[in-house]
Design a protein around this ligand. Sequence first.
Ligand SMILES: Cc1ncc(COP(=O)(O)O)c(C=O)c1O
Length: 424
Amino acid sequence: MVGPRMEYPFFFTWTAQQAAKPVEMTGGEGAWFFTSDGGRWLDLGSLSYQVNVGHGNRRIVEAIKRQADALCLSSPSAVFPAKVALAEKLLAMAGPGYSKVFFTLSGAESNENAMKIARQVSGRYKMMSRYRSYHGASLGALSLTGDWRRVPFEPGIAGVVHVPDCYCDRCPFGKTLDTCQRECATHLGEVMRLEGPRSIAAVILEPVPGANGVLVPPPEYWPLVRKACDEEGALLIADEVLTGFGRTGKPFGFQHWDVTPDIITVAKGLASGYATIGAVIVHERVAKHFDAQVLACGLTYYAHPVACAAALETLAVYEDEGLYDNATRLGPVLRREVEAVAARLPGARPMVRGLGLLVALELEAPIERWARLSKELAARRLSLHVDGKRGTAIFAPPLCIGESEMVAGVRAFGDAAALAFGEA
Ligand SMILES: Cc1ncc(COP(=O)(O)O)c(C=O)c1O
């Protein structure tokens, strides 16, 4: 055991080092993780939204061990069974027409490589994304990112154009769902044309922006964006790093709508955190460009054998344990419970949005109240994503969570929130 220390010899991420409050993790099981002080935490956030299958899954651990015994390292250009089987499985999950996979180690790298592929195929350099988005912490992915994390690194890479969001609770065009003409999608098309005819290489969107508040689009949004991309000859990239692998109840978030992205980027739930792996899933109409042209992308640890084996077993666990169905079944329960919490709270109309096991509570309250909430949640050993700057708490439990433990967890959150914000 490490034990509590004042200082650690490494950086903590996305925080001033003095503000870091680490817990020492020792293991976990299902929707719970354990800490060295004897704590049992209910994980309502799947750590960083990656532990979709849940903690302590023995099948995945055993698959990793078997692969380490058989072949523990390989060359990026080598082939072995788990690499082939994983690519075939991802293509089958994506649907008809997808023909190639490019492997990465993370979500940021998936988006970097998707952007490079789009630039190589189109011969254009401009990229379009939205303001309330997060696409990763590398410089290119941060340039695509629209939220506050981009700002310290500006000017970033050249040619990224941001457009307003599909944020129906606070419509940037001043509309409501009843009165709007889906201006968020038509405006995106208009900006594409204004940027110069046929100048955008690709539009990259999260099917449902996750960390920025679970902004579920109306059903017409994605098909309208697809149409705008087709008119301008731009590729459409679905960033499924957070929404992929059942988070919204389907293998991929875009599958809620009648749309076929050209490129799909994944990571997080692909191996559910048991190994570091991501992927770029590419449609045949894009992939064929590289039959005779050099694909100028590569990584030393491309398709690491242990990571491929972990991912392959993870994908089998989703299916064998019915986890996509569990997310679909429990999604409305989660939403109902979070709505009950919202009804307890005071202030300017708390909002609840969600799809599958991805639900946000948005509330206007001073930052000190949100800090109090974080304290109350830690006291109750509840782990989830609370963001006082954006005024959101985001629920994204492992897909294996049981109904009663989830309901108890959200009700405990409600008690913590009532102490932090007061009662209506
Ligand atoms: C939508 C989305 N894209 C990309 C990333 C970056 O993934 P990674 O942290 O694995 O680089 C994240 C991480 O939270 C994400 O939510």
